[in-house]
Design a protein around this ligand. Structure first.
Ligand code: NDP
Ligand code: GDR
Length: 326
């Protein structure tokens, strides 16, 4: 039975990837941080087969212990401070976790395997935020990186460190440059879930207004359940590499809001939506659209869920929660 260690097990992608690997018969370990992590019960309920190990990406000794306990064939580094807006408020902490955390984990793997034991294959959760002020449309693996937030800068560090360990130490280390992916498990701080949760509350009379930031930015939104399959496929290749994972389609935040209100059956969305400076960012990434050709040709991966299906899934989930409490 292959064994996998996932950092970020409590996050959206950790839950989908954990589920995928358990279904494939893996022995799955998840790194969980904090002395009383509020998401521990959720992970235990949704993924009872996952074994949780205490640890933190900023505490390298805990990573050594996690590697010893799990003896992984594959390591998926999904742990990060991942909310772009927050990364300006805590730029140092974001750098310690999202950037240095990658190096801490790579070093723990390298030192652990110095005696010659087999190195686990390594996946790094890189991001389309690295493209920032985009230099190509659409963005592909060769596009120059120009990050626009402390988060984006931290991800660039992790991305190049992953490539460097591949080239320096012969790591089977791959980096997935994933574009925005969403689901009913998405955190409420991200725009899709904020919109679908708010609309469900508006539909049930619990909220009057939806206060938004920039409605003009455009994103290439896919379904997280599809995207974790690409992560796994990358580690099944003979040779490690970097891949853009995206739908190849872009939509503005305004289109997202309009569609979500329509799906909920609420006419005149403009009557409910206002904008506030509080949700504007010091520097915005205006347009993201990825070219997933390489992932399609080399991994045989492609998105299976349309934008409309994704938004419908999320609106219906939040309507169910607001009306039935589940
Ligand atoms: P989430 O924000 O949902 O999850 C982040 C995870 O990181 C949580 O499990 C969190 O744990 C964990 N974490 C935070 N700080 C630490 C730390 N110091 N040590 C260990 N773990 C920590 O993110 P997603 O699941 O959406 O994304 C997964 C990864 O993919 C992230 O690295 C993200 O940056 C990246 N990514 C995501 C994209 C997306 O659209 N979703 C697109 C491209 C990249 P806790 O619950 O304890 O806070
Ligand atoms: P993003 O996702 O920054 O792309 O990063 P987010 O959903 O936070 O923002 C997307 C776009 O929507 C605009 N926006 C708002 N965003 C939020 N969160 N709240 C609002 O009220 C709001 N109004 C408008 C934003 O300005 C932005 O343009 C996500 C994260 O998952 C990263 O970890 C990941 O790397 C990238 O996707 C790819």
């Amino acid at each position: 039975m292959p064994s996998a260690l996932i950092t970020g097990i409590t996050g959206q992608d950790g839950l989908y990837l954990g589920e995928l690997l358990l279904d494939k018969g893996y022995d799955v370990y998840g790194l969980i941080r904090g002395q009383n992590n509020p998401k521990e019960d959720l992970v235990r309920a949704e993924l009872p087969g996952v074994k949780l190990i205490n640890g933190d990406l900023t505490d390298t000794a805990s990573l050594f212990r996690a590697l010893d306990a799990s003896a992984p064939d594959e390591v998926y580094n999904l742990g990060a401070i991942s909310y772009v807006a927050y990364s300006w408020d805590q730029a140092q902490l974001t750098s310690q976790v999202t950037a240095m955390g990658v190096l801490n984990l790579l070093e723990a793997i390298r030192i652990n395997t110095v005696g010659g034991s087999t190195k686990p294959k390594f996946y790094q959760a890189s991001s389309s935020e690295m493209f920032g002020k985009v230099q190509d449309v659409p963005q592909r693996e060769s596009t120059l990186l120009w990050p626009r937030s402390p988060y984006g800068v931290a991800k660039v560090f992790g991305h190049y460190m992953t490539i460097n360990y591949r080239e320096s130490y012969n790591f089977h280390a791959s980096s997935g440059i994933l574009f925005n992916h969403e689901s009913p498990r998405r955190g409420p701080e991200f725009v899709t879930r904020k919109v679908t949760q708010s609309i469900a509350r508006i539909a049930t009379g619990k909220q009057n207004k939806l206060v938004m930031g920039n409605l003009d930015s455009e994103r290439d939104w896919g379904f997280a359940g599809d995207y974790v399959k690409a992560m796994w496929l990358m580690l099944q290749q003979d040779v490690a590499d970097d891949y853009v994972v995206s739908t190849g389609e872009t939509h503005s935040v305004r289109e997202l809001v309009e569609l979500a209100f329509a799906i909920a059956g609420i006419p005149n969305w403009q009557d409910y939506v206002t904008q506030s400076e509080a949700f504007m960012r010091p520097a915005e990434v205006d347009l993201l659209i990825g070219d997933p050709t390489k992932a399609k040709e080399k991994l045989g991966w492609q998105t299976e869920t349309s934008f409309e299906q994704l938004v419908t899934m999320m609106v219906e989930n939040d309507m169910r929660i607001e009306t039935q409490g589940a």
